[in-house]
Design a protein around this ligand. Structure first.
Ligand SMILES: [Zn+2]
Length: 355
């Protein structure tokens, strides 16, 4: 049986991140696609090989298993000792029994699937069954149990992140948001294996997942900040091994507000105050995020840019019961379009102040 170096087939390093593996696969799949090379047997073989390599390295569970057991298939220890990283493990009573059992299995499955013998050796049913069988009977079956667990690994799908903009009003009061977005699901044609009869799955272009429009309902907690992550359970990537779906994290960006500035849980707002009121004192209206107005007294001779604190009128804290404050900054408005009478009054004021 020919050992398959899937890393070499895709031209990536052993420690290449998932993203790089995907990129390499896409690049090669495009180049060797049968549609691009009609009738070219070599390209088709290569295309199958690339698809198989990606079916393994593109799947975290399969990749792990390949990294763990692949080398023992190359150096032959797999055949002498069974699918175990420990050469001394007494998993199989005789080498010949296992090999015979295994060959029958892989031949049967290999006929229909189009995967290589090597792939079937590692991921076919023969692997799991052979490993499980002795686990219950052998007191030294730790490795076999581990292999059995790997075959039945139902790890959760990975999480995905998606940006979400919220308004400052939503930060103040919280809120519900309903929107539709494309969420990945396991490809119904290839069930996430990326291959159908040894050929690249055309439904999902070999990615193993398809996008589906989903209605997402999200509760925006009061007090969210830039970078807050809101978790929506079960709307992440599907598991390729029968496990739960991953989660969707909505990463919050708070939209800038035309009137209010935010610093932590405090709000800042500028309030225009006519010159006369600033000089003589009086009541002014301070806007709130709820759209209401708070009445506030300013003293006589209030200076421009003086800031008043309205305790507890800011934003709720994301955690805990505290609430920030609202700071109202006075912006004195100088009068325009003076009447003749008003100009006279200012003249008098000038004489009064300057002598
Ligand atoms: Zn598919």
């Amino acid at each position: 049986m020919e050992y398959k170096d899937y890393y070499k087939i895709l031209g990536v390093a052993k420690d290449a991140p998932d993203k790089e593996i995907k990129q390499a696969y896409r690049r090669l799949a495009r180049r060797f696609h049968p549609d691009v090379n009609p009738g070219d047997q070599k390209s088709e073989e290569r295309f199958k090989e690339i698809g198989e390599a990606y079916a393994v390295l593109g799947d975290p569970d399969k990749r792990k298993k390949y990294d763990q057991f692949g080398p023992s298939l190359r150096d032959g220890s797999f055949w002498r000792h069974g699918p175990s990283p420990r050469p001394s493990s007494r998993v199989y009573t005789t080498t010949r029994d296992f090999a015979k059992d295994f060959d029958a299995e892989s031949t049967l499955r290999g006929m229909g699937s189009g995967f290589s013998e090597f792939f079937e050796a590692l991921f076919g049913q023969g692997f799991g069954r052979g490993a499980e069988q002795p686990a219950g009977t052998s007191s030294n079956g730790g490795a076999a149990r581990a292999a059995g667990a790997a075959a039945h690994d139902t790890s959760k799908g990975s999480d995905i992140e998606h940006p979400m903009e919220v308004t400052l009003e939503e930060v103040a009061s919280g809120g519900n948001r309903v929107f539709t977005m494309q969420v990945p699901e396991l490809c119904p044609t290839c069930k996430g294996t990326a291959l159908v009869n040894g050929r690249l799955c055309m439904t999902c272009q070999g990615s193993g997942t398809v996008s589906k429009q989903r209605r997402i309902e999200v509760k925006i907690p009061p007090g969210v900040r830039d970078g807050s992550r809101i978790r929506i359970r079960g709307e992440g990537n599907p598991s390729h091994s029968g496990g739960q779906k991953g989660d969707l994290f909505l990463v919050v960006t708070v939209q800038p507000h035309p009137t209010f500035d935010r610093k932590g849980n405090d709000l800042y707002v500028e309030v225009p105050v006519p010159l006369t009121k600033a000089m003589l004192g009086g009541e002014i209206n301070v806007p709130t995020l709820k759209g209401t107005q708070l009445s506030m007294k300013v003293p006589t001779e209030t200076q421009n840019a003086r800031t008043f604190r309205l305790a507890g009128q800011g934003l709720p804290a994301l955690r805990g019961d505290t609430t920030g404050d609202l700071y109202a900054k006075v912006r004195v408005i100088l009068p325009t379009n003076l009447s003749a009478r008003e100009r006279d009054l200012f003249q008098e004021l000038k004489r009064q102040r300057e002598g």
